[in-house]
Design a protein. Structure first.
Length: 280
């Protein structure tokens, strides 16, 4: 689905007067392979390169070196642009920046309309997409009347209407309250169960724990890549990179330092509670 080989992305560094003073690598030699149907969380502190990597998956950015393939298509080839964007759709942090239509169903149909899809098929796609994100009753509503979580689900519906195989989300819950975050995450898990590949950039460790795989980016490179249980057991290494860890994993680590015998694999509050009960 998504593959990279020695991916590099560089951009110009400029001084206050706009003069070029050098080049900076935002991505440096990244190799990654995300199979179809995966649910992957990508973590990293601000400036680590995680959002830059995500934008390559939709060909918003193209490599300075190395290669990014989406469904086998090289994103550097201009002839592949629309095929790439039909394969991998992108959802951004601020839901208000993604709303175009005056009515929800118009907004969801915007992408297929631009692809030249016949109007009858657009209506069918929009209806199906809204049903899949549980937003059918809002089809005739103005998007500005919706909550942040509902707006993000509308953005996801727009991608589904384009029949993308993969959804790439760049911190989609960062501006949402807990209810909105849950709405979005529940929707993503349902779509993943239906076979959609989900790649989410997030700062929320509780969201990353729900993924089947976690990739950690630091200083433009992949530093960790594995199951959440394996990644979050490395508390000190993650802290050294300026990242948080799930509360349960951090507390378990502190208790182990105090001498308690607890499994290194604890990442949820239930697991921590069960482990502590077994000690008593």
């Amino acid at each position: 689905m998504i593959q990279t080989k020695e991916l590099i992305y560089e951009y110009e560094k400029r001084d206050e007067e706009g003069n070029i003073i050098g080049m900076k690598r935002a991505i440096d030699g990244v190799d990654i392979d995300i199979p179809e149907g995966s649910f992957v969380a990508i973590l990293g502190h601000n400036g680590s390169g995680k959002s830059t990597l995500a934008k390559h998956m939709n060909a918003i950015l193209v490599p300075s070196g190395g290669t990014m393939w989406v469904n086998g298509r090289d994103t550097k080839d201009p002839e592949n642009l629309w095929d790439v964007r039909q394969s991998a759709g992108m959802v951004f942090q601020n839901p208000d920046n993604q709303i175009i239509g005056q009515v929800v169903e118009e907004d969801v149909g915007f992408g297929p309309e631009n692809l030249g899809i016949p109007s009858d098929e657009i209506k069918s796609r929009v209806s199906d997409a809204l049903k899949r994100v549980n937003m059918t009753i809002y089809a005739k509503h103005g998007p500005h009347l919706l909550s942040g979580g509902q707006k993000q689900r509308i953005a996801i519906a727009g991608i589904l209407a384009m029949q993308c195989d993969c959804i790439v989300l760049d911190e989609p819950t960062a501006m949402l309250d807990p209810v909105g975050r849950k709405e979005v995450m529940d929707t993503l898990h349902q779509l993943n169960r239906e076979g959609i590949t989900v790649i989410i950039i997030t700062h929320f460790m509780e969201e990353a724990v729900q993924a089947e795989r976690v990739v950690v980016i630091d200083k433009a490179e992949v530093k960790m890549d594995g199951e959440p249980r394996d990644v979050f057991s490395k508390v000190k290494e993650l802290k050294d990179m300026g990242l948080d860890v799930p509360v349960a994993a951090e507390l378990a680590d502190r208790l182990r330092q105090k001498g308690l015998t607890l499994p290194a694999s604890i990442i949820t509050e239930k697991e921590l509670g069960d482990a502590l009960c077994q000690l008593s």
